[in-house]
Structures are given as structure tokens and as C-alpha cells.
Design a protein around this ligand. Sequence first.
Ligand code: ZN
Length: 359
Amino acid sequence: MSRTRCFLPPYLLTTLAQTRPEVAARWAHTLAEDHRLRAARGTGAVSGPRAGAATGTAAATGPAWVVHTAGGRTVLPGDVVRSAGDPETGDLAVDEAATGVAASLALFEEVYGRRSYDDRGATVSVSVHYGTDYVNAFWDGTQLVFGDGDGEVFDRFTKPVDVLAHELTHAVTEHTAGLVYQGQSGALNESVSDVFAACLKQRLLGQSPAEADWLVGAGLFLPGVDARGLRDMAAPGTAYDDPALGRDPQPAHLRDYVETTDDNGGVHLNSGIPNRAFHLAAVALGGSSWERAGRVWYTALTGGDLGPRVDFAGFAAATVAAAERLDGVRPGPVEQAWAEVGVTPDGAGPASPAPAPPR
Ligand SMILES: [Zn+2]
């Protein structure tokens, strides 16, 4: 299976290609490239020059992160333009990526004691200015990659710092629970990336769970698009309602779980359900999301008790068990948060069959 994890779900680009064909014509590059990446990475057929720093083996003595520019091409990683410790370059995308990767690494290290995504201090390799009018960001199994947007619908993908944290968290998940990117475990994989993206954003802004906007990708859409962001963790299904984008299709409760073969079984759709559970738990536990609910979710993700195909109920059970073990948090509000989205924690383990669609 491909290891590439794109930020934008395929259905969003498909909808836009129908409603804004004049804009979408410029994304031919994005669509073709996404398809090529999805198809090729899993077989190892795509190869190219790689910074040694991008691999775990060479990482322990390398810088914490390196930002490259692909210079509008699609050869990765491109040329090194800034590394940890270097001053700002004046290139907005480079400096936004640098700020985002440094802050994301600091969240994992300072709060959870994790040294980079592999916990062995791997250098994080980032490439910006990828392709032309490229409207996505992705983790390809070895590095983070960001497009500049199309100047019509999408701004730079480095602009919302939570996009970077979302993609880096895919690397953490790949190196810990290894949640299979399909169905409920895939939706959990997506959700966990949103969870730590929210923790990062709230930590940078110094916000409590009650103050935070809980939006993922706020600032990504350019003015003229009726969207607050790409997803709303507090109210899944309400992030956008726009003639070109359509309406945010995320469910907020298990009874509305979407059964589909698209998008790896709706991984970007059904993530709304565990996303809302995290939001509810964070508000109920109080303090800061990264110290309390975030610590519970991190412990569940990295504790070694999850099977790679764990379902919502199994993951919920792992969070409740983590809350029972951790100081300063209570399991009751965590269990209640899951109950409010229709998930009853059961024994952590392999997935049980997905629930039947209610209608
Ligand atoms: Zn993702």
C-alpha cells in the first residue's frame, strides 16, 4: 500500500473539478501527480535524489530539520535552502515550513518526550514550492512536501501551521501504532493527525480548549471561498458550504458513519467522529489540550496496545485505559466524550466489523 498521505481528500478536488473547471484545468498537474504518487510509492517505483538526512539511519547526528525548494519542479527533495539554526530566508513558504516543523518537533519533544517522528532524532526533510499550482501537501513515507496553491481557491499549503503538524503526525503514526489507512483504522489515522495539529495550533496560540476554534486548515482557502477551514473538529460537517466546494461532508456521530469505497473507505470523512470525541474530551478535561487530552491520545497511540486495524471502539478503550494510568486526568470524561459520538469503548484489539449504515 502506498505510504503517501495527502492533506486534501480526493473527493474535494473531484467536486472542484466539476464546479470550477476553469480553475481545475490548472490542477492537471496536481491530479496527475497525486495519482502517480499513490500508485508508485507502494512499489518503490518512484525514486530520485534523496537527502541522506531524510532517512532514519543518517539522522542522529544531522540537523533537526532541513527545508528544500523543489523550485516548481517535482524532483524531490530539491535544493537545501534552510536548516535548523539558520536565519530566515525571506521566502515565505520556506520560512513558514521552518517555523511549523520546529514547533511541531518541539510539541512532541517538550510535551511527550519524543525525539522526532521516529523517536531516534531523525532529521525531518521538508520540500516547498513543489510543482506548479500544486494544491496539496503530503508525507510520502520519507519527507513532507508542500505545494504553493493555485492563487484562486487555495493559498500556500505552508500557510496554516496545522497542515504541517498534520502531515508530520502521519510520520509519527507510521512509526508507532501503524494504523492501516483503510476504514475505521484509517479514519483514526487521519483523526490522530488532526488531533496533534490542533494541539500544536493551540499551544502556539496559548489557547485553552474552550477558546480554540478547532478548525483544521483555517487560512488555506483564499477569500471568495465560503469556508472557515477544511475540517471543524468541534462541529464536523460545518467547516464549509460553498457553491464550488459543496458542503463539508464529515459525520459527527457514529450513526452517520459513511460506508464508501472512495478515499480508502472514507478516511477523511469518518475522522470527524473521533475528532469530535477528542474535542469533547479536551474541553471536559480542561487545562490545555496538549497536556491533558493530547497526552491521553499520545499514550494510546504509542503505548503498543493498538492493533494496526483497531476500530473506533478499540481505540476509545485505549484512551480510557491511558486516562486511568496518567496523573492529572480522569477516565470518566474520556469515556463520556466517546459516548457522545456513539462509540462504546471495548477491549482494544483487532477491528470488529464496521457498523452497518443506519439508513
Ligand atoms: Zn492526513
